[in-house]
Design a protein around this ligand. Structure first.
Ligand SMILES: [Zn+2]
Length: 531
C-alpha cells in the first residue's frame, strides 16, 4: 500500500528565534538553514522579511535550498488594499519559495486586537493569498489561536481557514498559539476541519505549554493533518514549540507512523539527527539536554547491573529503538571494550584506518577519557578529535613550533584623553631552520593572538591564507576544585569547509591558543602540506 506523504515545516529561525536569550545573526541563520536542508526538512521558515534588518538580508537572496525557503508575515492590514501595504510588499519582495501568512482566526481577537470586522478579516486573508499567488509563491496560512477560536466560534474559525484554502493556499495551518489545548481536543477539532478542508492541505502548529506539543502534533496527524510545524530542540517562546527532533524519529521508527507515512527525511539523514541537535546547542552556546528523548547523551545510557548485562546480550531487551538509527550511542558502563569500539567507529567515520589490536588505540582511549574529564568535548570539536587521533597514531608532521607568545592588554588615555584598551600579541615561531616573529594588534587578546599566529608561517603561509575564524564560543565549566574555561573555535577555509576545534584551560588565552593551533594544523593536514 502506498504511504501518504507527511510534510515537515521548521520554524526554528522564526518562532524559535522568540526564545528567551536567542538572537540569531545572519551567519547563524545561514548555517541553521543549511543544516535543516541537509536533514531533509520540506519547509525552512527563515523569518519575517521587512520586520528587521537580519531577516530582510536573509531573504535578499534565494539561498539555494532544496526545501522550500519560506517567509513569514502578516496578511494585509485592515482598511488597506493589498497593493498599498508596505508590510505585505516587503513580504512579496522576499526571495522566498513560499509565504506563510499569519491571520486571526478567533472572532474575539479580530474585534479586540485587530479592531476590525469579521468580514474585513476574511477579505484581508483572501486578498493576501491572492497577491502572493499572483507573485508565483506557494502560500500557507497560519491561523492564529485556531483552537481557542474554534471553541468560541467554530463557524468563524473554519471560515477563516476555508477562505484561504478556497483562494488557493496550499496549506492551512491550525495554530495552538497559547499552547493550552489538549491532545483529545486537537484530534476532535482537526477532525472537524478535515471534513471541510482536505487533510493533505491542513497543518498543525503546536506550542508546548502543557508539555504536549509533540503529542498534539501526532493527534492532529491521526485526525487527518498532513503537515507538522515545529522547531529543532523545541526552541520557542515560553515553553517552546513542538520538538521536531522528537517528532522525526517517532515518524521514522514507530510502526504506527512509518507504515502509513513517508517523510522527506531519509534513513541516512535520520542518522545525523543527534549531531544536528547538538550542533544547534553549540551554536546557542548551551549545554545539550542530556535527557532529551532519542538524542540526549543519557537517552540510551544504562547503569551497570541486571539491565546492562541483558542489553549486552540483546539491546532490544531494554531499548525502545536502536540508538544508531538517530546517530546516538548506547552507553553501558564505561568498559574498555565499549570505549574502544566507539573510538574505532569514530576513526572510521573520519577516514583513519586503524587496527583494533593496535595498542595505540587503547592509549588514545585513555587520553580521550582523561581529557573529557578535564572538560574537553570532542563530540563538538571534530577537528580537534582528529588531530588528537592523528597525533596519537603518529601521522601529524611537526610543521612548526611556537617557541614563545606574549599577549599584552593595556588600558590608558589616548592623545584625546579618551580611555582606550589596546591589545597586542607577539608570537615567535620556528619553521624548519627559520625563526619568525610576528606581532599584531587586535580588538581583544584572542583576536590579537590569532592575527599574530597566522601572520607569518613561512613556507606554510600559503596553505592558511584562506583560513578564517567564523565563530568563537566560551563556556566556563565548574569541574572539580577550580573553574576551567572551554573555548570552541569554528574555522572556515577558502572552499567553505568548516570545522571546530577546542581548548580547555583555567586560562582563557591558553584555551584559545590550543584551539587556534589545532585549527591551523588541521588545515595544514587537510591541505596536504609537506612536512
Ligand atoms: Zn507559534
Amino acid at each position: 500500500m502506498a504511504r501518504e506523504r507527511l510534510y515537515l515545516f521548521d520554524t526554528t529561525l522564526r518562532d524559535g528565534a522568540q526564545t528567551n536569550g536567542v538572537d540569531f545573526t545572519l551567519a547563524d541563520k545561514l548555517a541553521i538553514a543549511s543544516m535543516l536542508d541537509d536533514l531533509g526538512i520540506d519547509y525552512v521558515e527563515g523569518g519575517y522579511p521587512g520586520a528587521n534588518p537580519t531577516d530582510t538580508d536573509f531573504f535578499s537572496e534565494s539561498r539555494g535550498l532544496r526545501g522550500k525557503f519560506t517567509a513569514f508575515g502578516m496578511t494585509r492590514r485592515p482598511g488597506r488594499s493589498a497593493s498599498n501595504d508596505p508590510g505585505l510588499a516587503a513580504l512579496l519582495e522576499a526571495k522566498a519559495d513560499a509565504i506563510c501568512f499569519v491571520a486571526k482566526a478567533w472572532d474575539y481577537h479580530v474585534r479586540v486586537a485587530l479592531e476590525t470586522t469579521e468580514e474585513e478579516n476574511l477579505a484581508s486573508i483572501r486578498d493576501s493569498v491572492k497577491a502572493a499567488k499572483a507573485k508565483g509563491r506557494e502560500v500557507l496560512l497560519d491561523c492564529e489561536h485556531f483552537f481557542d477560536g474554534y471553541k468560541a466560534n467554530p463557524k468563524y474559525a473554519i471560515e477563516c481557514a476555508k477562505s484561504a484554502y478556497d483562494e488557493g493556499a496550499r496549506w492551512v495551518v491550525l495554530c495552538d498559539t497559547n499552547g493550552g489545548t489538549l491532545p483529545h481536543e486537537v484530534e476532535e477539532i482537526v477532525g472537524a476541519v478535515c471534513k471541510v478542508i482536505p487533510g493533505d492541505h491542513v497543518g498543525i502548529h503546536a506550542h508546548n505549554d502543557t508539555e504536549q506539543a509533540v503529542a498534539n502534533s501526532f493527534a492532529a496527524v491521526r485526525a487527518g493533518a498532513r503537515q507538522i510545524q515545529g522547531t529543532l530542540n523545541g526552541l520557542g517562546e515560553r515553553c517552546g514549540n513542538a520538538n521536531l527532533v522528537s517528532i522525526i524519529p517517532t515518524l521514522k521508527l514507530k510502526p504506527e507512523f512509518t507504515g502509513k507515512f513517508e517523510i522527506g527525511v531519509s534513513d541516512a539523514q535520520l542518522h545525523k539527527l543527534t549531531q544536528v541537535s547538538h550542533a544547534l546547542d553549540e551554536r546557542l552556546n548551551r549545554a545539550p539536554n542530556r535527557h532529551a528523548p532519542y538524542v540526549g547523551e543519557s537517552a540510551f545510557a544504562t547503569k551497570a547491573g541486571i539491565h546492562a548485562s541483558a542489553i549486552m546480550k540483546d539491546p532490544a531487551t531494554y531499548e525502545h529503538t536502536a540508538p544508531e538509527a538517530i546517530g546516538n550511542r548506547r552507553k553501558v558502563m564505561v568498559s574498555e571494550q565499549a570505549g574502544k569500539s566507539n573510538i574505532l567507529a569514530e576513526l572510521e567515520r573520519i577516514g583513519i584506518k586503524a587496527d583494533k589490536d593496535d595498542p595505540r588505540i587503547g592509549r588514545l582511549l585513555e587520553i580521550v577519557k582523561e581529557r573529557e574529564t578535564a572538560g574537553y568535548a570532542y563530540e563538538a570539536a571534530d577537528a580537534s578529535f582528529e588531530m588528537l587521533a592523528r597525533r596519537t597514531l603518529g601521522t601529524v608532521p611537526n610543521y612548526f613550533d611556537v617557541t614563545q607568545f606574549d599577549v599584552n592588554v593595556e588600558q590608558r588615555n589616548n592623545a584625546k584623553g579618551e580611555r582606550v584598551t589596546v591589545t597586542m600579541a607577539v608570537v615567535k615561531v620556528k619553521v624548519g631552520e627559520d625563526n619568525l616573529i610576528s606581532a599584531a594588534e587586535g580588538n581583544g587578546p584572542v583576536n590579537a593572538l590569532d592575527l599574530a599566529l597566522r601572520k607569518d608561517l613561512g613556507k606554510y603561509q600559503r596553505y592558511i591564507d584562506g583560513l578564517s575564524l567564523t565563530d568563537y564560543r566560551v563556556r566556563i565549566l565548574n569541574g572539580g576544585t577550580e573553574a576551567v574555561t572551554r573555548v570552541l573555535i569554528e574555522s572556515e577555509d577558502e572552499n567553505g569547509e568548516r570545522w571546530t576545534t577546542i581548548g580547555v584551560s583555567p586560562n582563557i588565552i591558553e584555551a584559545s591558543f590550543q584551539a587556534l593551533m589545532d585549527s591551523i594544523i588541521y588545515k595544514l593536514v587537510k591541505s596536504g602540506a609537506p612536512a
